[in-house]
Design a binder for this molecule. Structure first.
Ligand code: SF4
Ligand code: SF4
Length: 282
């Protein structure tokens, strides 16, 4: 078994600074790497793209960002349509679209289910992020996306597949569109920030006739009578319970401050996160 490249992307750490996007442009615009990649056009290509996803409702809302690029799939759909050996899978796991052999093969763009391949109109070739194979082959230990990211989103690992699967299980990593069976080598940490919903609310209580934030209240979330999550309100009386599957039905929320009668609310979860508003106890 040989060591192969993998990339772990931690969505929780990305703040949308776009250094990785710019570093990839800096590497490829105006630079030709024969055998690896022809120059990237100055406009329209995003070999490393940043996908934005917003969750929640005012006042408890948040935005998350997910870098998306070629996944260097082990069973790559792009390779199945490529002719004349235009796409190769290297022994180290990296997929490279040959900038000469791929000329005129626009079907490679359509074949990628991740939208990671861009058409170079001027040169008439498909292009994608090459995992900086040209740099790794010349002694670099990490690709430029990792080198340029200030918050440590990326972790490039050249390890055996068994070890990668162990890390994926241990850190609960997920790949994009696993149902396709394309076997991506790019793994995402904290994917729930892009794919699941949360319920939140603000709890207030009456203290000597004055409404105040109810800190430390117990919030229990249940579905069909079974507890599936709990939280405590913070200093501002706010709570949040995460990782709820979209369109997962009816929920009950019980809020208990101890000193006041508990309250139970219900809600139906559709596609978006739910803010239950200000719940007044007592
Ligand atoms: S992400 Fe797209 S371009 Fe990259 S290897 Fe997979 S199918 Fe091919
Ligand atoms: S450099 Fe890092 S933090 Fe900035 S957009 Fe890219 S992944 Fe996100």
């Amino acid at each position: 078994m040989s060591n192969k490249w993998n990339l772990i992307v931690d969505i929780a750490q990305c703040d949308n600074c776009r250094n990785c996007f710019l570093a990839t442009k800096d590497e490829h615009i105006g630079n030709d790497f024969p055998g690896y990649a022809a120059p990237q056009p100055e406009k329209t290509h995003s070999w490393v793209d940043i996908v934005r996803h917003e969750r929640g409702q005012y006042p408890i809302a948040e935005a998350h960002f997910m870098p998306v690029m070629c996944n260097h799939c082990d069973d790559a759909p792009c390779m199945k349509v490529a002719k004349n050996g235009a796409i190769t899978k290297r022994d180290d796991g990296i997929v490279v679209i040959d900038p000469v052999k791929s000329k005129g093969q626009k079907e490679i763009v359509e074949a990628c289910p991740y939208g990671a391949v861009y058409w170079n109109e001027e040169r008439q070739i498909p292009q994608a992020w090459i995992f900086d194979a040209h740099l790794l082959d010349n002694g670099w230990s990490v690709p430029r996306v990792e080198q340029s990211c200030p918050t440590g989103v990326f972790r490039a690992l050249k390890i055996e597949d068994g070890e990668m699967q162990r890390i994926a299980a241990q850190e609960e990593l997920q790949v994009l569109k696993p149902e396709l069976g394309s076997k991506p080598r790019v793994y995402y940490k904290n994917m729930h920030l892009m794919t699941t919903c949360f319920v939140s609310g603000t709890v207030a209580t009456d203290v000597n006739g004055v409404e105040e934030c109810a800190a430390g209240a117990d919030v229990v979330l249940a579905r069909n009578g079974t507890e599936i999550g709990r939280a405590k309100t913070d200093t501002f009386g706010e709570f949040k319970i995460d990782r709820l599957a979209p369109r997962s039905g009816s929920y009950q929320v019980q809020i208990d401050l101890g000193s006041k009668p508990a309250q139970t609310l219900t809600f139906d979860l559709a596609d978006t996160s739910v803010y239950l508003g200000v719940v007044k106890l007592g």
